[in-house]
Design a protein around this ligand. Structure first.
Ligand SMILES: NC(=O)c1ccc[n+]([C@@H]2O[C@H](COP(=O)([O-])OP(=O)(O)OC[C@H]3O[C@@H](n4cnc5c(N)ncnc54)[C@H](O)[C@@H]3O)[C@@H](O)[C@H]2O)c1
Ligand SMILES: [Zn+2]
Length: 377
């Protein structure tokens, strides 16, 4: 399938009362950024926050759109990569936003992947006690996950995302054509978070992905559909539980095992976040299957087969380099924030599309399971 230059956009509502906003998804939408901002905030100025990779590919187009709509703007460009979610870069971004004479009523625009969304969103949350911001996500992960829901953060020496705020954007503009310049490996990693919505709550969407994933990768209307379905799923969960006191935890399917693997690999190129989550979801399905036979073995195998088919890791063996030691993985799992009174909380599954929060998982059971997994040839 060849992708058209433009398509009719799809709009998904995030229903959060006075903090409600729209996610607009479509091919070629970046050209409408300026007009949308001018309509949303007549006369507002804008500061674009982006990284050097994204700037190279897409900053000119974003700025042209703003200029065309007579929206005044300035820009802050930070180095690409997780290291920019630091106090130092955060300070630079805040100072640059202040220096640009942004006032209440003006807007911050986060043009980039999850790193930029988290960094610029957090700066917007605190500069002048809160500025509005627009998310223009440029990675698949950001379009289906991090740009929606209002979680913003930077990293602490103690761990990732430990300093942050809930701050909802006023608009999310997901131009699916921006993903054409994304490295294939980054796209595939983002796809893991997209499959997650099928696996956790929507077996029909999962079955659709099994049939159509090639078209999602190719970039035609199937890509828009898959992103819109994912945003709908996330928006519904966030609308029910904005601050993660309940249901929102389901979005952590695969994340307890996944975070441990990611941390054991040093948050490096060895294992991208989405890759870790693919392996983590596969482990969550296998763990559920052997635990009082929660999920039928055939369905666990089916979930894992799809992840493997698109080229995502599904076992510890699939990760390059020496496997992480069992003790290290168990330490990392115990440090995870989802631990209460010695019992581990996992997102487990009854079936494809039927995840649930299980707060009473004994660490010994996890240890026995992982030790078997690590021993597999
Ligand atoms: N706030 C949330 O709810 C939430 C949810 C999930 C993840 N996150 C955060 O998101 C971050 C990961 O996001 P990510 O995977 O998007 O990483 P990222 O922002 O680092 O982007 C990945 C790489 O792709 C490059 N890139 C981005 N868009 C591109 C494009 N269109 N063309 C070419 N290159 C492009 C970037 O420069 C970077 O090198 C993590 O920090 C994670 O903590 C936040
Ligand atoms: Zn994730």
């Amino acid at each position: 399938m060849t992708a058209p230059l433009r398509s009719e956009p799809t709009t998904v509502q995030v229903a959060l009362g006075s903090r409600s906003y729209e996610i607009v998804i479509g091919r070629g939408l970046l050209t409408t950024l300026g007009a949308r901002i001018a309509a949303l905030r007549p006369g507002a100025k804008v500061v674009i926050v982006t990284d050097d990779n994204v700037a190279r590919h897409h900053l000119d187009a974003a700025e042209a759109s703003l200029r065309h709509a007579a929206v005044a703007f300035s820009r802050v460009i930070v180095p690409a990569g997780e290291a920019s979610k630091s106090y130092r870069v955060f300070e630079q971004v805040c100072e640059a936003v202040i220096a640009s004479r942004i006032e209440r009523g003006d807007l911050v625009v986060a043009l980039g992947g999850g790193v930029i969304g988290d960094l610029a969103g957090f700066a917007a949350a605190v500069v002048r006690r809160g500025l509005d911001y627009v998310q223009v996500p440029t990675t698949l992960l950001a379009q289906v996950d991090s740009s929606v829901g209002g979680k913003t953060a930077i990293d602490s020496a103690h761990g990732k995302n430990l300093v942050g705020a809930f701050h909802q954007p006023v608009l999310v503009l997901a131009d699916t054509a921006l993903l054409d310049t994304l490295p294939a490996r980054e796209f595939r990693a983002g796809y893991a978070e997209l499959v997650k919505y099928g696996l956790l709550g929507d077996s029909r969407f999962f079955a659709w992905l099994e049939r159509n994933w090639r078209d999602v990768f190719a970039g035609g209307p199937a890509r828009e559909h898959a992103i819109a379905e994912s945003c709908r799923a996330k928006a519904a969960i966030v609308a029910r539980d904005e601050r993660e006191t309940g249901d929102r935890a389901l979005l952590n399917l695969g994340h307890t095992f996944g975070h441990a693997l990611e941390a054991a690999c040093g948050f490096s190129d060895r294992l991208l976040h989405g890759e870790a989550i693919a392996a983590g979801m596969a482990l969550a399905f296998e763990f559920s299957a052997r635990r009082q036979g929660l999920v039928p073995k055939s369905q666990a195998a089916r979930a894992i087969r799809h992840l493997a088919e698109v080229g995502l890791p599904t076992t510890v063996r699939d990760i390059a380099g020496p496997p992480p030691p069992l003790d290290r993985l168990m330490d990392l799992i115990a440090q995870d924030k989802k631990v209460k009174r010695g019992m581990l909380t996992f997102i487990l599954v009854r079936d494809i599309g039927a995840a649930f929060v299980e707060p009473g998982v004994d660490a010994r059971e996890v240890r026995a399971f992982l030790s078997e997994k690590l021993a597999e040839p």
